[in-house]
Write a protein that binds this ligand. Structure first.
Ligand code: ADP
Ligand code: MG
Length: 140
């Protein structure tokens, strides 16, 4: 399988509870390498731009408020099949459906406040990485 890069975000519910290290340990244990990382506090407008694909969904406003409510940690994860592997480590969107041992099963508070974001395909991964990082900031 090819080496890929994917965009991950540790969300405000997790940074509020000081879970960055525990979540990063899950990525590293799964063979994903953190090749870029920064802690930032998004504005609601920036969160809205990042999640523009969900603009028509009923939870969009709540999602943007939440993502701007506290700092997040944006990161690029690299590894074999990194996009799918990260989705596996994250678990299902709703923690009630997430498999035991996944980040969302262990840490998520609700379907909205679910601790992590991960890109879902190669095209979105490339777009989302460039939303947060310049090429010079990604060091494999
Ligand atoms: P995922 O993050 O697993 O890719 P989606 O892309 O479908 O899930 O949704 C993006 C984010 O929107 C979710 O991670 C979650 O924070 C929020 N969200 C999704 N569905 C709901 C919902 N039914 N109610 C509230 N928030 C939701
Ligand atoms: Mg998604």
């Amino acid at each position: 399988m090819a080496i890929e890069r994917t965009l991950s975000i540790i969300k405000p519910d997790a940074t509020n509870r000081n879970l960055t290290g525990k979540i990063n340990a899950k990525f590293e244990e799964a063979g994903l390498r953190i090749v870029a990382q920064k802690r930032i506090h998004l504005t609601k407008e920036q969160a809205g731009k990042f999640y523009a694909v969900h603009a028509e969904r009923p939870f969009y406003d709540e999602l943007c408020e939440f993502m701007a409510s506290a700092p997040v940690v944006a990161q690029v994860l690299e590894g074999e099949g990194a996009i799918a592997k990260n989705r596996e480590v994250m678990g299902a969107t709703n923690p009630a459906d997430a498999e035991a041992g996944t980040i969302r099963a262990e840490f998520a508070e609700s379907v909205g406040e679910n601790s992590v974001h991960g890109s879902d395909a190669p095209e979105t991964a490339a777009e989302e990485i460039s939303f947060f990082f310049a090429g010079i900031e990604i060091v494999g």
